[in-house]
Design a protein around this ligand. Structure first.
Ligand SMILES: C[S@@+](CC[C@H](N)C(=O)[O-])C[C@H]1O[C@@H](n2cnc3c(N)ncnc32)[C@H](O)[C@@H]1O
Length: 221
C-alpha cells in the first residue's frame, strides 16, 4: 500500500488530510536521522501517516498513549465515542483499535506502541529524537508537561510538531498554542509554515541562533 491508498482509509481521529500528509512528509525526512515519537496514539490515525513516512526512510516511530482517552473523550464529553468503551470495565480503551490499525497496515516493525503516561516514559528516556509530535492531553498541565519533559530529547535540526493550535480561543482550547509560543520564545526553534492547526517548529542546528534569539540578544545589548 502506498500513501495515496492510505488516504482512502477513514481513521477514527481528529486530523485533516493535509495535516496527516504533512506528518508523513516530515517523518519521512526526519526519520533518516533518528527515531520519531508521538504522544497521543488514540486509534492510530496519526501513527499511520507518521509510520508510513518512517517506513519509507527505514526509521521507526515510538507512539505513546495510556489508551484511557483524554478528558474530552470520556463519557458525556464532547469527543466521546461509545465504540471505544470496553464493555468489561465501562472505561475507554483505544488500544484494540490502535493495534488493529497498525496490524492491518503492516506497520508492526515500524510503529512501536508504548502504553503509559507520557511523563513516566520520559523519566527514563535517553535516545535522541528526530521528530516529536505532541497530541496528548489538551489541558494546560498536560500540554506543558509533555513539552517540558520531551523537548530536550530533540536533535538539532529535528522537528517539534504540535496539533490543535487555534489562534482564536472561540475555535478551541489554548494549551497547544501556549506550548507552541513557549517553544518559539525559547529562541531554540525556527517557525515553519503551519498546516491548518498543525504547528511546525524546527530546532536550530547546534550553535546556530534562531531569528528569535538574535532579536533577544539585540534587545539586551
Ligand atoms: C487527541 S487524541 C490523539 C489523536 C491522534 N494523534 C490522532 O490524530 O489520531 C489524544 C490521546 O492522548 C492520550 N493521552 C492523554 N493524556 C495522555 C498522557 N498523559 N500520556 C499518554 N497519553 C495521553 C489519550 O488517551 C488520547 O488517546
Amino acid at each position: 500500500m502506498n500513501v495515496d491508498q492510505l488516504k482512502r482509509i477513514r481513521f477514527k481521529g481528529f486530523m485533516a488530510e493535509d495535516e496527516a500528509m504533512r506528518l508523513y512528509e516530515l517523518s519521512r525526512e526526519a526519520s533518516r536521522f533518528g527515531p520519531c515519537l508521538e504522544i497521543g496514539s488514540y486509534c492510530g490515525g496519526s501513527a499511520a501517516y507518521l509510520g508510513f513516512g518512517c517506513r519509507e526512510a527505514g526509521g521507526v516511530l515510538f507512539s505513546i498513549d495510556h489508551h484511557e482517552g483524554s478528558e474530552e473523550q470520556q463519557p458525556g464529553q464532547e469527543y466521546f465515542d461509545s465504540d471505544l468503551l470496553d464493555p468489561a470495565t465501562g472505561q475507554i480503551d483505544t488500544l484494540p483499535t490502535f493495534r488493529k490499525t497498525i496490524r492491518e497496515l503492516g506497520l508492526g516493525d515500524t510503529v512501536i506502541p508504548i502504553i503509559s503516561r507520557s511523563v513516566v516514559v520520559a523519566r527514563f528516556w535517553t535516545t535522541p529524537l528526530s521528530l516529536i509530535f505532541i497530541d496528548g492531553g489538551h489541558t494546560f498541565e498536560a500540554a506543558f508537561n509533555d513539552y517540558n519533559v520531551w523537548v530536550s530529547h530533540l536533535l538539532p535540526g529535528g522537528y517539534l510538531l504540535i496539533h490543535d493550535i487555534f489562534p482564536d480561543p472561540a475555535q478551541g482550547g489554548q494549551a497547544p498554542r501556549c506550548i507552541y509560543r513557549m517553544a518559539f520564545d525559547s529562541g531554540l526553534f525556527e517557525e515553519l509554515p503551519m498546516t491548518r492547526t498543525l504547528g511546525v517548529l524546527r530546532r536550530a542546528s547546534a550553535g546556530a541562533p534562531t531569528d528569535c534569539s538574535k532579536m533577544r540578544w539585540a534587545e539586551h545589548h
